[in-house]
Write a protein that binds this ligand. Structure first.
Ligand SMILES: C[S@@+](CC[C@H](N)C(=O)[O-])C[C@H]1O[C@@H](n2cnc3c(N)ncnc32)[C@H](O)[C@@H]1O
Ligand code: SF4
Length: 361
């Protein structure tokens, strides 16, 4: 009997206030008011579509990633979590993380996120140096970041991650260390420390920013910051992730330990293990096309059903085998969803020597 690995749920919320010039995530600049309810409906429909694949399994972690999930108000997150937990069994100690941009939480909706069931926040701080933040095109200041983290702690969040980047334009070793010190002073439980990489199809790839530290300088920063974090009690458990004892990100670990994950929302990836196959899925990257795969699969199934009713068994067999070809070992019902499989994220040739994130969901 197959013992299935732990199951996680990744939820992609793809909008940002502004696109950062270094970012190649599936994130889209917000234009006009976001249709929160419509997107949550699409997420639930997405989840419903996958339910037969995850039947009877327990979800150990949920991760709202982006984009900027903190653009979604607590009520939308609450509605999603209520509906998701009515469909899937959540572990009693399920870890629920929400990524936040410190520039989007000035009204302090943290108590609402907590009441909705979020128990871990991840802040995209990047740096505490306002010059660096400006050169990165960020919408927040160092003060905004500090205020946001403190507001989250006041609202009762005790499990916080801060994202920092290093090897930034104009950054010295001392500045990189100062960023780590200011992060530690805020008493997070987890720190993600990513080397800035120049990703293809980003503004920085076309117009390289002035003052980028070279590879040797970047390496020195990485080593010095790693030592500073170790001294402060943060153990490195993954290429870019450091945590206090017992505070590793469960969701992150599940990717690295080849666990299973449902991935819903624009561009999300999923991976599910079965006795004789592994099903991998990827959703359309474009938010407004979310659900197109679903509709196609449904139409195809309906067509197959009708064909069967017409006793045209030969035609059915032919269509089945044609559909199976692109993805060996995947049943027809799901093949449509996985034929676009394969990573949408690439590694940069330049400055991409060290991996900066967990495998993309
Ligand atoms: C989805 S974003 C986090 C939430 C939110 N979107 C924000 O930026 O505040 C994930 C993290 O990936 C890191 N990241 C994004 N692009 C990067 C790049 N080109 N090089 C290194 N790290 C990058 C940043 O630290 C960022 O906070
Ligand atoms: S780094 Fe974060 S805020 Fe900036 S564009 Fe990417 S996802 Fe959006």
């Amino acid at each position: 009997m197959l013992v299935t690995p732990p199951l996680s749920l990744y939820v992609h919320l793809p909008w940002c206030v502004r696109k950062c010039p270094y970012c190649d995530f599936n994130s889209h600049e917000q234009r006009g008011a976001l249709q929160f309810d419509a997107y949550v409906d699409a997420l639930i429909a997405d989840l419903d579509f996958d339910l037969p694949l995850a039947w009877g399994r327990t979800v150990h972690s949920v991760f709202f990633g982006g984009g900027t999930p903190s653009l979604f108000p607590p009520a939308a997150i609450d509605r999603f979590l209520q509906q998701a937990s009515a469909r899937l069994r959540f572990a009693p100690d399920v870890e629920v993380t929400l990524e936040t941009n410190p520039g989007t939480v000035e009204h302090g909706p943290f108590a609402g996120y907590r009441a909705a069931g979020v128990n871990r926040l991840s802040f995209g701080v990047q740096s505490f140096d306002d010059g660096c933040l400006q050169r990165l095109g960020r919408i927040h200041s160092s003060g905004d970041a500090e205020r946001a983290v403190k507001a989250a702690q006041d609202a009762g969040f005790d499990n916080l991650n801060l994202d920092l980047m290093y090897a930034l334009p104009g950054q010295s070793l001392a500045m990189a260390l100062a960023d780590v010190d200011r992060a530690i002073a805020l008493q997070p439980t987890h720190l993600s420390h990513y080397q800035l990489t120049l990703e293809p199809n980003t503004v920085f790839a076309v117009r390289t920013p002035a003052g980028l530290p070279d590879e040797d300088a970047a390496w020195d920063m990485q080593e010095a910051c790693q030592a500073r974090l170790a001294d402060a009690g943060f153990a490195q458990y993954e290429v870019s992730a450091y945590a206090r004892a017992g505070r590793q990100c469960r969701h992150n670990l599940n990717y690295w330990q080849f666990g299973d994950y449902l991935g819903i929302g624009a561009g999300a990836h999923g991976k599910l293990s079965f006795a004789h196959r592994i099903v991998r899925q990827v959703r359309h990257r474009e938010p407004r096309l979310l659900g197109r795969d679903r509709d196609r699969v449904r139409k195809r199934l309906r067509a197959l059903h009708d064909a069967r009713r017409d006793r045209d068994a030969g035609a059915v067999r032919e269509r089945l085998s044609a559909r199976r070809r692109p993805v060996a070992g995947v049943g027809v019902a799901w093949s449509c969803a996985v034929i676009r499989g394969g990573r949408t994220r690439r590694r940069s040739g330049r400055r991409g020597r060290r991996r900066r994130r967990s495998p993309p969901p």
